[in-house]
Design a protein around this ligand. Structure first.
Ligand code: BT5
Length: 265
């Protein structure tokens, strides 16, 4: 990766400070340290590879050299733009911008598997990780991290928690990583000021995978609920018409979704 070329293109966007590395432990981790050093809004931390990439709840995310995108944005949300009860929206925003760019700019069949995965043709190609940076009870910053499997060889050859692939394998095309990053950042800059609007929720809802399908909501291996997935609520919760007969709303937490194949007995 040509760090200077990346910096030059990225300088054309209205971002904060730019930190572009060949290799890092975790871009979210470094972003967290930079918040303490006063890094401004929209600062970007990007790495060609990560040696300790983070997934949710202590899981890990693998970023192989030269194959993927791994980056984090530091956000200092204004109190009226987002409050601490709405961090789900930032995670939704990350997934929305990736899904929208893949669909509109690259004609891929992208969907959001609530809460934080982006699927193409049903396979996971990207994950979103939002970390909050607190100073006592005050929210200092939010870190939006995105990992995206771009080229063949980006998916690690280890057992994964969900079937995964790369954009190259799914589309047969080599998408230049810097072009894709520029597109995603532009989409982010467009959507971020609208994060409290109904337009944002409608767009997010529009990319949801398994809409009107029967799903299982799990916490680890435990089934929390089963029912038909209806959509996203006004506060970014997932709405399920539960098999128990009533409508249920779920906030992120350590939850994940599986499609239930009802054709199988
Ligand atoms: C996620 O977690 O999907 C969020 C991943 C966020 C990664 C970005 S990269 C930039 C920023 N800096 C960081 O340190 N992290 C963020 P989760 O839903 O918990 O999924 C994690 C699981 O995905 C792992 O336990 C593996 O099973 C699987 N996995 C790991 N690497 C993968 C990859 N490259 N492609 C697909 N699946 C992967």
């Amino acid at each position: 990766m040509d760090i200077n070329a990346w910096k030059k293109r990225l300088e054309g966007l209205p971002l904060g400070e730019l930190y572009i590395y060949q290799e890092l432990g975790s871009t979210n981790q470094v972003a967290d340290e930079l918040v303490h050093q006063g890094a401004p809004n929209f600062s970007l931390i990007s790495a060609d590879s990560q040696t300790a990439g983070k997934g949710r709840y202590g899981r890990s995310w693998v970023t192989q050299p030269g194959k993927a995108l791994a980056f984090s944005l530091i956000l200092h949300p204004e109190a009226d733009l987002i409050d601490t009860n709405q961090l789900e929206r930032i995670s939704g925003l990350g997934a929305l911008v990736v899904a929208e760019v893949l669909t509109k700019n690259y004609s891929l069949n992208a969907e959001i598997k609530w809460p934080n995965d982006v699927l193409v043709n049903g396979k996971k190609v990207a994950g979103v990780l939002v970390d909050a940076n607190w100073s006592g009870s005050e929210l200092k910053a939010v870190i939006l991290g995105i990992g995206l499997n771009v080229l063949e060889g980006s998916v690690p050859e280890i057992p994964l928690n969900f079937p995964a692939s790369s954009l190259e394998e799914l589309s047969g095309r080599i998408i230049p990583r810097l072009d894709l990053l520029m597109d995603i950042l532009k989409s982010f800059l467009k959507w971020y000021p609208r994060i409290t609007t109904q337009t944002f929720l409608t767009a997010w809802d529009g990319y949801l995978a398994y809409k009107n399908k029967h799903v299982m909501l799990l916490s680890g291996e435990d089934i929390v609920d089963q029912g038909q997935l209806s959509g996203i609520s006004d506060n970014g919760s997932l709405i399920i018409q539960s098999d128990m007969g009533n409508e249920k709303r779920y906030r992120t937490g350590e939850l994940h979704l599986r499609l239930v194949d009802r054709s199988r007995k």
